[in-house]
Design a protein around this ligand. Sequence first.
Ligand code: NAP
Length: 249
Amino acid sequence: MERVVRVLFPECREEALEDLYADLRFPEIAGRPFLYLNMVATADGAAHLGGRTRGMGGAADRVAFRRLREHCDVVLVGAGTVRLEGYGPPRLDPRAQERRRRRGSPPVPRLAVVSARLHLDPSLKLFAEPRNRPVVITTEDADPFRRRALEAVAEVVAFGRGSVDLPQALTWLYESGVRRVLCEGGPSLNAHLLAAKVVDELFLTVAPLLAGGAAGRIVAGPVGGPLRLALRELREYGGELLARYQVVR
Ligand SMILES: NC(=O)c1ccc[n+]([C@@H]2O[C@H](COP(=O)([O-])OP(=O)(O)OC[C@H]3O[C@@H](n4cnc5c(N)ncnc54)[C@H](OP(=O)(O)O)[C@@H]3O)[C@@H](O)[C@H]2O)c1
């Protein structure tokens, strides 16, 4: 084994970096998909460096990012992150695609973007994959002109007024056959999901960095009091800590 991850909890062992999160199992939840968050933060809690996550995650975070995508049906992301991080269509390497095919899943997950204002340019690269059209999840009172423009490049669905009713959106995804949703942020969407009590697990990479300054954290907004997490797994690779938490209800 060349690139070795140290598993520190619940038992001490070693595994190859390539095997990180290879055998994840998630339970089925009645009526909505299982939802897990994947985020990276610096040791002082910053969720970005100057507005982007670039430069935060190292080798293990990159493997985790791809592997967590491999296990989901839908990648859910807030419009702020799409705009700032320049999201494109989800991509996986051919071996990951083959593993998904063997499990009976499409080769790559579908992207779902949450937005009330619909300030999303239909020419963005994330809309440029007609074989895997993204979903735009918006509100019933969203701007009809923006909505019509996006309907040319995406499936647009609406739940709630003012802001998206996320439990309703998740029920719709479940009824469409979606069983596992990976949310990649950002912090505002995370807060809405946590407040709605629909988050099951958090995968958090703590990068060995101090950002300083006033960068926001991985959850931006009230969540109904401090939510308790149960540590399920902890790994270390190259100074990065990879924690897997369960949200306790
Ligand atoms: N550390 C990490 O792992 C990580 C991951 C992702 C992002 N980030 C960072 O987070 C920052 C962006 O933060 P952010 O909080 O703006 O990101 P965000 O949560 O992705 O985007 C916020 C936007 O998402 C939409 N949204 C979220 N919840 C909604 C709801 N319930 N109903 C309707 N729309 C909803 C709204 O879009 P509209 O404005 O279009 O209505 C809102 O303005 C960036 O600096 C990025 O680098 C960090």
